[in-house]
Design a protein around this ligand. Sequence first.
Ligand code: HEM
Length: 270
Amino acid sequence: MASSTMTSTVKSQKLLKTSVNIWFTVVVVGQFIFALYILGLYGVNGLAGDFERWNNSTPHGYVPKDIWGNILFGVHMALAAVITIGGPLQLMKKVRTKFPRFHRINGRIYITSAFAISLAGLYLAWMRSMAGGLAGSIFITINGILIMTCAFYAVKYAIARKLTSHRKWAIRLFLAMSGVWFFRVFLMAWIMINQGPIGFDMETFQGPALNVMYTCSYILPVIFAGFYFKAKESSLPKTKRVISIFILFLTVYIAIGTAVATMGMWLPSL
Ligand code: HEM
């Protein structure tokens, strides 16, 4: 390989690594804030027995007399906190290499929670009416199926000791599990950029813009992971650069959405 081509490949590899690291840092900070919101709103009020406040953010958190549904909602919230804190820790290289035992234990908790939160979520989506109506229920169901599929393959390859495949499925799982967080963040960035709820109805919480956002949050990240793996393994600097620039743009959008979600949605609900 000519030395200029080699330099270009090394540089683009570095660019890809840096953009992923920046993206991951923003996501970790944002998910940590989301976890604090979950613990603050659902954890603190649940422990205090003040279940009515569960409806600060969603119309169907606490439904009087629906004991089974309320228990599953509580379980869903507890798992949401576990996942939102445990997920990023699973992907941190330093944590993986310095604390392999923690990685294995946290991994088992994460995978079990992936199935449990999806099954509890499926019950909530179909047995209770949900903000977002039928479209919301269909898209979140696709998210649940994707989560369980990625979790299945992540475990399968871990048991088979095929660590490259395990890592790829673990990344896909993290992206699928982050779907609900992406949705909130993308939605708030969209509202801020358009200075209002364009493309959907605030009352019914339905509309084409939401369907696009569901797709971008629940489905596309898992598909995009495949492009990232290809770019990482590719010898073409251009491929790495294109993916890096896309990741950087996305990071800016996510950072905006996180700031708006924190100030406009999560903090005021506490
Ligand atoms: C995997 C990560 C997940 C996290 C972190 C999570 C988190 C949350 C949170 C925090 C809420 C309360 C609403 C709010 O305060 O914003 C919620 C509600 C809900 N979640 Fe999840 N969730 C996840 C996955 C799922 C899945 C896979 C499903 C369905 C298959 C699901 C279905 C629901 C439903 C139906 C509600 C009630 C929403 C409503 O009443 O409109 N969730 N979730």
